[in-house]
Design a protein around this ligand. Structure first.
Ligand SMILES: Cc1cc2nc3c(=O)[nH]c(=O)nc-3n(C[C@H](O)[C@H](O)[C@H](O)COP(=O)(O)O)c2cc1C
Length: 191
C-alpha cells in the first residue's frame, strides 16, 4: 500500500540521450534525498515521458491544455510535493529536453519547492545557474544552493555509462542532505 502521508519528491532526469548518465545520477541521489528529507522519491525520466517539442496550441499560462501528454505531465508536477531537477551541462547551458518540458506548463510550477542538481566535467555550474534563473522567473520556490557534481573522465566506462554512480555521488552526500533538508522544510503537501 502506498503511504500517501509521506511527502512525495519527484526527481526529474533532464537528459534524454540514448546513451547518458543522468538516469544513473538520479538513481544515486534518490535514496540520499529520501532519507534526508524524510520523503518518498520517484524518478521521472523525460526520455520515458517522450514529450514532443511543445505542441500545445495555446499559451501554457492559460492552462487550457489540449493534449493527453501535457495533462499527464501537468498531473505529475502538480501531484509532487517537491521537485528535484537533475541536469547535465551542454555547451554552458541545460538541455533542450528539459527546457521543452518546463515550457509545457505554467501554473503547476508556481511556488513548487525545488532543488537543482547539475553535473558535468566541472560540476555543470553554468547549466545549474541558467536553470535557476529560468525557474526563478516562472516562480518555483528554489531552496538551498545548487549541488554541482563533477564527473571525472575516468568515472565513465567504455560504454560511456558511469562505472559506479554511487561512488561519483558519495563525496556530495552531506551537500545533498543539507539541500534535501531545506527542501523538506519547504514542502507543501498536495491533496
Ligand atoms: C551536447 C553536449 C555538450 C556538452 N557540453 C559540456 C559543457 O559545456 N561542459 C561540460 O563540463 N561538459 C559538457 N558535456 C559533457 C557532459 O557533461 C557529459 O557528457 C554528461 O555525461 C552529459 O550528461 P548525460 O550523459 O546525462 O547526457 C557536453 C555533452 C554533450 C552531449
Amino acid at each position: 500500500m502506498t503511504d500517501t502521508t509521506t511527502p512525495l519528491i519527484r526527481i526529474i532526469v533532464g537528459s534524454v540521450r540514448p546513451v547518458r548518465v543522468g538516469d544513473q545520477i538520479a538513481a544515486a541521489v534518490a535514496e540520499i534525498i529520501a532519507d534526508a528529507a524524510d520523503a518518498r522519491t520517484e524518478i521521472i525520466d523525460l526520455a520515458d515521458l517522450n514529450l514532443p517539442l511543445l505542441d500545445e496550441p495555446r499559451m501554457p499560462a492559460l492552462g487550457d491544455y489540449q493534449n493527453a501528454h501535457t495533462k499527464e505531465w501537468a498531473d505529475i508536477v502538480s501531484g509532487s510535493d517537491g521537485i528535484v531537477f537533475v541536469t547535465p551541462q551542454y555547451n554552458a547551458g541545460y538541455p533542450a529536453s528539459l527546457k521543452n518540458a518546463i515550457d509545457y506548463l505554467f501554473a503547476e510550477w508556481k511556488d513548487k519547492p525545488a532543488l537543482i542538481i547539475s553535473y558535468g566535467g566541472h560540476g555543470g555550474g553554468m547549466s545549474g545557474a541558467q536553470l535557476r534563473s529560468v525557474l526563478d522567473f516562472i516562480g518555483l520556490d528554489l531552496v538551498g544552493d545548487n549541488v554541482e557534481i563533477t564527473l571525472p573522465r575516468d568515472s565513465y566506462g567504455p560504454d560511456w555509462r558511469l562505472v559506479d554512480a554511487q561512488a561519483v555521488v558519495a563525496p556530495y552526500t552531506e551537500e545533498l542532505r543539507t539541500a534535501a533538508r531545506a527542501l523538506d522544510r519547504s514542502l507543501v503537501p498536495q491533496s
